[in-house]
Ligand binder design. Structure first.
Ligand code: AMP
Ligand code: MG
Length: 348
């Protein structure tokens, strides 16, 4: 298949959006930028089109897709028994990086929800995404536009690497602004439950709807506790080289990482280090990359996935990463990093 590339670095281009909308309405696949990561879109109300997403990504069929909408009223078509918290959270955070899990209506095929009676819904804020959703009929199912098991794409180049030749079109809107997938909150229980941490923190949600819980499957080290979002049980984003997170007092972490990289170097191998702008200069005998600044946590989120992809292109034998318990996005950043590391942590 020939994958069309549409450049929209300077914003929405009507002609390209019209073409992309046609592809979606014909049951095809279009990758597009959102503020979180690039999404791989298909018509969410068309079971066959949704099915194509699973095939293109190599995604397990029990892993449901998020339905993207561009107007609040669209939620009536795809959900039932809408709880009052949905409107409150929508007023506070939509359009934006929040996904709500709600009871699905008969209009949403099980192919889109991975066989579940609930549907995940989000209204993104990216202008290109909103224009595409409108042009495509109003309901776009879209998981991250990566091959299953690879880091989520934060640039169109990442999408091309993974899915070039397998999908109809990629809209290039430049690098995304957040870099981690949306916060998912389940509103089908009496007390809302966070199923996946993201840019919108627990505290931000609680200011709007009161008590919010975190899914036990996210907190537990015990693998027998299954996360409620089916996608969270898979080990995502694993880089080729083994990844270890070094945790503890900042000075000790630096010392430990240098000790580990020196040992690697003496054995004739080269380690990789995930550092920050603040610590970049202190590491030796290693390929050192800065993920961003601790003073601007968004920069850390923005570069997490691209740094994992960059290390995959290098011949490093092992990767050591500092840990990033930042105030707002810390839980989201560490959730993704811990998964990439297969929960291998060195405590100092
Ligand atoms: P992605 O779009 O790649 O970020 O993946 C979507 C995420 O949303 C996966 O982790 C899914 O398991 C989760 N998800 C989608 N729909 C539902 C749902 N109805 N209930 C729980 N989790 C969901
Ligand atoms: Mg994904």
């Amino acid at each position: 298949m020939n994958t069309l590339l549409e450049n929209m670095h300077d914003g929405v281009r009507e002609e390209g959006i019209r073409r992309a909308g046609e592809i979606l309405r014909d049951g095809g696949l279009v990758a597009f930028p959102t503020e979180t990561v690039y999404g791989l879109g298909a018509d969410a109300l068309d079971a066959e089109a949704s099915g194509k997403i699973y095939r293109a990504k190599g995604r397990p069929s029990d892993n449901p897709l998020i339905v993207h909408i561009a107007e609040w009223d669209a939620i009536e078509t795809i959900t039932e028994d809408l709880p009052p918290q949905a409107k409150l959270l929508s007023d506070a955070f939509w359009p934006g990086p929040l996904t709500m899990v709600l009871k699905k209506s008969a209009r949403v095929p099980y192919a889109t929800t991975g066989g579940l009676d609930t549907v995940a819904v989000r209204m993104p804020s990216n202008e290109i995404a909103l224009a595409l959703i409108r042009a495509g009929g109003g309901y776009v199912a879209a998981p991250s536009a990566n091959t299953s098991g690879r880091p989520s794409p934060t640039t169109a180049q990442h999408v091309l690497e993974d899915l070039g030749g397998a999908i109809d079109m990629i809209i290039d809107g430049g690098p995304v602004s957040i870099g981690l997938e949306s916060t998912i909150v389940d509103l089908t229980e009496e007390i809302p439950v966070i199923l996946r941490p993201g840019y919108i923190s627990k505290e931000m949600l609680e200011k709007i709807v009161g008590e919010v819980r975190v899914d036990r499957g996210l907190l537990a080290d015990d693998p027998s506790v299954r996360p409620k979002a089916p996608g969270m049980k898979y080990r995502h984003y694993a880089p080729k080289a083994p990844l270890f997170i070094v945790e503890g007092d900042r000075a000790h972490v630096r010392e430990k990482i240098n000790e580990l990289t020196a040992a690697e170097y003496e054995s004739g191998r080269l380690a990789g280090v995930v550092a920050t702008d603040e610590s970049f200069g202190v590491y030796m005998h290693a390929v050192v990359k800065s993920i961003g600044s601790r003073d601007q946590e968004l920069t850390i989120a923005q570069h997490l996935y691209s740094i994992l992809r960059e290390f995959d292109l290098l011949e490093v034998s092992v990767i050591y990463s500092e840990s990033f318990e930042t105030p707002q996005m810390g839980p989201a950043i560490m959730n993704r990093l811990m998964k990439a590391a297969g929960h291998q942590v060195i405590r100092v």
